[in-house]
Design a protein around this ligand. Sequence first.
Ligand code: SF4
Length: 416
Amino acid sequence: MEHPLFDTLPHSAQTYLKALHAEYSFSFQEQRQIVETASDILQWKMGPLERWFDEAATSNLQGRKRTKTLVSNLLKRVNEERKSPTVYTDFFPSERLPDKYQSVIRHTEKIMGRCPCPVEGEKTRCCNLKTLDAVEQCAFGCSYCSIQSFYNKSEIQVVGNLQERLQAIKLDDDTWHIGTGQSSDSLLWGNDYGTLDALATLARRYPKTIIELKTKSHRTDWLAMDLPPNIVATWSLNAPTIIEKEEHLSATLSQRLTAARQAADKGIPVGFHLHPMVYFEGWQDEYSSVIEEVTTTFKAEEVVMFSIGTLTFTKTVLRTLRSQIRESRILDMELTAAAGKYSYPLPTKQKMFAHAYSCFPKEWKHEGPFFYLCMEDPSLWEPTFGYSYPDDRSFEAAMKKAYQSKVEFLDRRKHL
Ligand code: SF4
């Protein structure tokens, strides 16, 4: 069958689909739909494919009519599966082995970039985050991760002479917050490569600029360092089911929160990202518990930011995830086109985001972290938070004010 994904399917699936094609002569478009669907079903471990093609139901039809009905019945069944919350109770993926075995020092001119929100128009509410790629590629194995597909799969690339470069770099005037977790995990290697020393140098040169580290690790040896107050450490959080089944090799929820607690005890500003929320069976209860753990482990005034977001894929990333034929149920979801990418339909996102925010106690909403939706449609703000920003500029201004005043408050408190 003609589709680049066809050769990535297991031999038994190829044989079955070839036999079907010989009988039904699928059109080019039908072949594409069938191969992509088959690839998803096998990744979800919901095979064999024979279960999904109901040939008996079309036995009273002939020719093209039979072929079309067979394909549309298949797509209908798969769409029903996608629409319902993903079931994980019968899904036990093989443990993913670490496959990034080599770290290399890389020399590159360009280390600064911007967040992946679309530049033109306002299809997503964007905070104008600048990014700094000190390390490229990650040793964790999250099954939804686009970083895994961007870079050489077996190499962790570390920027050489980062210290000298950050000593000399001149930041643009509109750079007031920089994220380092867009091309890797910011804390998985601690300060092994001198990355944190280099970032501390930059943070001291620009004391009004917030430098955000983002991690799914539980490493804490870096807490012994004397970091400037404008370095904020953040942890990505998720429901335990998603961490266990889809965020391979990463720290458990309680390990992440314990590490974050230790950081906060050291006076380091902390933040959290509930990202990506996944629509799975039991999501309400598990996400409620995640937020309960956060709000009982931390005081509202200790946390700088709390973002909420979900799965969003570009076409390229979808293609790569499918071609990997990994065991994952992450693509068992409705893939609705949104701002040039694919994500859950807006009503599903609204339900998840509003639920997450509703789990926070009142004082968190008033004196707590700066809440925001990460790279999301502006129409989702009002139903989630009860307020919204008219444009990106006002969102960015509110975020800047909140971050800077929280960081100053925590620094004053640390020196009392
Ligand atoms: S921790 Fe982040 S960078 Fe690493 S695999 Fe997971 S999503 Fe990708």
